[in-house]
Design a protein around this ligand. Sequence first.
Ligand code: IPM
Ligand code: MG
Length: 356
Amino acid sequence: MDYNLAVIKGDGIGPDIVDQAIKVLDTIGTKYGHDFSYKEVLAGGAAIDATGEPLPQETIDVCKNSDSVILGAVGGWQWDHLPGEKRPEKALLGLRAELGLYANIRPAVLYKELKAACPIKDEIIGDKLDFVVVRELTGGIYFGKRGQGKGENGDYSYDTMMYSEMEVRRIAINAFDIAMKRGKKLCSVDKANVLENSRLWRKVVLEVAKDYPEVELSHLYVDNAAMQLVINPKQFDVIVTGNMFGDIISDEASMITGSIGMLPSASLGNSKLGMYEPIHGSAPDIAGQDKANPIATIISMAMMLRYSFDLEEEAKAIEVAVEKVIEEGFRTIDIMSEGCIQVGTIKMGELICERI
Ligand code: IPM
Ligand code: MG
């Protein structure tokens, strides 16, 4: 099969890690007889420098016409002074909205060989931690009405958190479907003790639950969820939550695994077109130095093969290759520990290709 991919390398370490991900995809293509073609487009800081806009129309068009989008990372200190609408992050938000990618899937997995990097005590973690955060991605306070003005207490500004039933229902269905394929346990995170839109969220989740009698559903307020993630993360299998809470909870989830450089993500909508990226940022301080860990981006390619192209065997081949390389003791600097072999970004990519 032929697959047309839009590639946004982005800023900072984005180009370093995406190059390795493409190498891995090409290796898969050769082995399994697929043809991946790539169209590189600009977004984020790189696009601001080249065109003055974080998300040029051409980028949106190419992405919409592709089979899926590969993204490295966007942002950096160079563009921090820009107003909200012109910042590199606007590219990410714009792409999510333009492509209708309302479901953000962020697995949090502890690799047993990397347990030393996990900041939580052994007796709490045990030897396995494997859950997934399903974050609503195109609604809530990120996309609500916002504004500013001058009042008697000085300047004011506001952002509105709004959800419609439709938006909650579709992300809930998505999360229940994922739960059915995993441990059949779903925790919905909201702030229904305070927020009106969280009460709607909870009502709709409960309605959707009627279609999934096998799934054990629970609800947590977001503050409690943040605490539970630290004191008893093993209780979670699938977590579903809104855009803002999901942003925060998913960073926490990734950090408790100690593997922020290892974790992939998928952003999905109603079609097969998805956007695949590592959950970490652009790390401008180590850009272009062959230091970045490409594994999160490489495993994101496995998610793409699985979710967008239904290529389960190929997806597994990538995941197994990554596990092997880790088992054999190869580490990029971010996950390096005593007795292991330190390698750079490019070497890590090569090792994974060889194992495939
Ligand atoms: C993320 C990031 C983005 C978000 C930023 C960079 C706009 O933190 O993908 O989690 O807040 O969604
Ligand atoms: Mg975030």
